[in-house]
Design a protein around this ligand. Sequence first.
Ligand code: MTE
Length: 323
Amino acid sequence: MSLRDALRIPASEITEESVWHDRRRLLAALAASPALGLAGCAEAEPTPPPRRPAATPAQVRAGFATREELTRYADVTTYNNFYEFGTGKADPSRAARTLRTAPWSVRVDGECEKPGTVPLEDLLRGLSPEERIYRLRCVEGWSMVIPWLGVPLAAVLERFRPTSKAKYVAFTSLADPRQMPGVRLPVLDWPYREGLRMDEAMHPLAFLVTGLYGKPLPQQNGAPLRLVVPWKYGFKGIKSIVAIRFVARMPPTSWNMAAPEEYGFFSNVNPDVDHPRWSQRTERRIAGSASKLFAERIPTRMFNGYAEQVASLYAGMDLRRWF
Ligand code: MTE
């Protein structure tokens, strides 16, 4: 048996993917995204977003479709970044032992008319979960294709009626040392923080995730609620969110605070802008039967392949400066 064969997925694990196939009908039911009231209203720094809608419903639908091979459930759930549980890729998969994900509530405040601390069930009430197959491209040069389950971020944010002063959205993760052993170490300035410009947050591709492969989200992947912004590097996908704040100024973000010359606020996937210590031109896809070690590198695409949908958000911006 060749090494490659030896690394192939055992049949017992393939069943995970049959779950996903059942969920495909969800996609069929996915209607065009409704017009998003707030898209394009923010006069955000450093350049105002375009006045016209960032993406047509047809473009948004095209953004979900992919013929790329899915990353195996086993890899999605054992090869993780979640520093609250340690810096090793296998560390977060032990998170389930300590991270309690129910009851869970999210504090939403700042520049909005209806702030509040809302139980997760209420935050999502009336929003039917959608499946979206999005790529996750990590700044370290690997990527995955994952069938996520969740709701459009815009649909949740609109419930709190952000005002015209809301130019950015800031997200905060739980940071509880009793549940998250990594928080006891000064690896990052806890809690983990992320942010989006308002027009990015309201873009129909931005997604709040509650599950994957048709199942509830595992703790190591950011249960019970995490962000996925498919055209940005994976670290923008903040996990285990406990607070959302509408703000007037660009909010501090964890990786930008830790190393500003390496991680910018926007963090759009861009093969033309290298990380200071390595190239971003190619990625190693963790997918299907290919092993992590021996998968061939593939070219990284601008905006992670979502340029058609999102490039207009950054029209006129110098993406080398605003990386
Ligand atoms: N969120 C929190 N709270 N803490 C983290 O360490 N890591 C980020 C992001 N969200 C991280 C986080 C990084 S670097 C990546 S690449 C993705 O989560 C990884 O998501 P995954 O483990 O579900 O693939």
